[in-house]
Design a protein around this ligand. Structure first.
Ligand code: GLC
Length: 457
């Protein structure tokens, strides 16, 4: 199975992460092997950091932690280099793990050690409550630029009255499908999970019979990490099963709709979804789909540019629609996205904030949307003809983008990662058929209650 190569890559990255952590703590440099088979980011090998020029007048070196999923690294590096050219400063992009859960662990270790190695950090939309105390208030540098962005994201990025992150791009879970296969089998694009399951099975069985032995019906992010929280929240919310923990703090996860949703997802594994899906992050699912080995895929918008890019085996064959809903339920896409923040340990906060403002500004968000299909956080860009020409689905999916389902990170604040990890582990156990769904959800509810301590988050 082709997905195997991607999984091996993932394991290699993980080993690198551990090494990177120490490299970062000691030298401030982090890299990822160039052997990544994806057509996306290629962070450099770790190199020792040069001592930054510290005179205010001279060029300053700003280290920015870029991502490693898809085109994350390339696009971040290009933007940072354009800023360097414009300002005369130097930007040093560094790579990191692909899993947001691992990036969080790494960031927490660096920040709690007071390390000044990284000036600019990428902050997942669910982290302001976790990392906020280590980050600078960007209002001091933004000159009101936050008014250009979606209000909900700015509100999300407030921590104790400080604006701790400038929105860089937003994300929403989407359903990618193979137009050619649906046409071949005369099947409509599914709007319910039930239809998706039946169509996936029909096409998978017929294509396998015809010799396409590696074809699977559906791939998604089933590994025990934050990505599974995003996927499972979509299943549950689409069944009307709530948000795990509600905005008023109530733990709602142990309910019949949530039970129905995860029972459905567990039935996919080994049937229409490969057993290996239990170890898939975004890139493993994308790899399988891009190699032509899946009919449907749940993923974020970044995958679009890669499917349409050179060398893609599915170029011109892919459609994008909202994720299906349960009968009588609703379409639910988890709200994702990333912000840029300045570490309070940065030796050059003003210059670092200038880089943040540049990278999150209109022109740079437009460039990233046109070239790499990153979803802008500036509403005006959804009317931009170049952005729409490169991403036709942005126009059709505006309603999806506006009605995303938030994870319970605001209400659970600093405890969000513990809540999420209890959740993804409980779901993973069900998908892996290690625990009955009913038991897993009721245990989860008790664990969350213990975490909440005294009825308050
Ligand atoms: C994407 C989303 C992010 C989410 C992550 C989960 O990167 O933007 O918000 O936490 O996927 O894997």
């Amino acid at each position: 199975m082709k997905s195997h190569a991607s999984l091996t890559t993932s394991a290699a990255i993980k080993t690198c992460v551990t090494l990177c952590l120490f490299t970062l703590l000691s030298t401030g440099a982090c890299g990822k092997s160039d052997k990544d088979k994806g057509t996306g980011g290629k962070p450099p090998e770790a190199t020792p950091v040069t001592t930054p020029v510290t005179t205010p007048a001279g060029p300053i070196e700003i280290t920015i932690a870029c991502g490693s999923v898809g085109h994350d690294y390339d696009t971040c590096k290009e933007g940072a280099e354009a800023w360097a050219k414009k300002t005369g400063h130097t930007a040093k992009p560094v790579g990191g793990p692909t899993s947001t859960t691992e990036v969080l662990a790494l960031s927490q270790q660096l920040l709690s050690a007071g390390a000044s190695d990284i000036d600019v950090l990428r902050i997942d939309v669910v982290w302001p409550g976790i990392l906020g105390s280590f980050l600078l208030d960007l209002k001091a540098y933004s000159k009101g630029a936050e008014k250009d962005h979606f209000e909900a994201i700015i509100a999300n990025n407030m921590f104790e009255g400080k604006l701790v992150g400038m929105p860089w791009y937003t994300d929403a879970g989407l359903l990618y499908y193979r137009k050619d296969l649906l046409e071949k089998y005369n099947e409509p694009v599914p709007t319910t999970w039930d239809q998706l399951t039946k169509t996936a099975k029909k096409i998978q069985d017929a294509e396998r019979k015809a010799g396409q032995k590696d074809l699977w019906g559906l791939v998604f992010q089933g590994k025990a990490y934050e990505g599974l929280t995003c996927n499972a929240l979509e299943w549950i919310a689409s069944y009307g099963g709530g948000n795990i923990v509600e905005p008023d703090g109530k733990i709602s996860i142990d309910n019949p709709q949530a039970l129905a949703a995860i029972t459905m997802a567990a039935s996919w594994v080994g049937d229409i979804a490969p057993p290996g899906v239990l170890g898939y992050e975004e890139e493993e699912s994308r790899g399988v789909f891009q190699n032509g080995n899946a009919v449907f895929m749940r993923n974020w918008p970044y995958a679009w540019a890669l499917f349409e890019g050179e060398g893609s085996l599915v170029k011109g064959k892919v459609g994008v629609v909202p994720l299906p809903k349960a009968e009588g339920g609703r379409n639910a896409a988890t709200m994702g996205g990333w912000n840029l923040a300045v570490s309070k340990f940065s030796k050059h906060p003003e210059v670092a904030a200038d880089l943040v403002m540049y990278l999150t500004g209109f022109e740079e968000q437009k460039r990233r949307a046109v070239k790499y299909s990153y979803q802008p956080t500036i509403p005006r860009l959804y009317e931009d003809k170049d952005v729409l020409a490169a991403n036709p689905f942005f126009a059709n999916l505006l309603a999806t983008f506006k009605n995303t389902v938030p994870r319970p990170s605001t209400v659970t604040g600093g405890k969000y990662n513990q809540v999420s990890s209890a959740f993804w582990n409980a779901i993973h156990a069900v998908l892996a058929k290690e625990k009955p769904a009913k038991d897993s959800l009721s245990e989860l509810a008790s664990n969350l209650d213990r975490l909440r301590k005294g009825g308050k988050w």
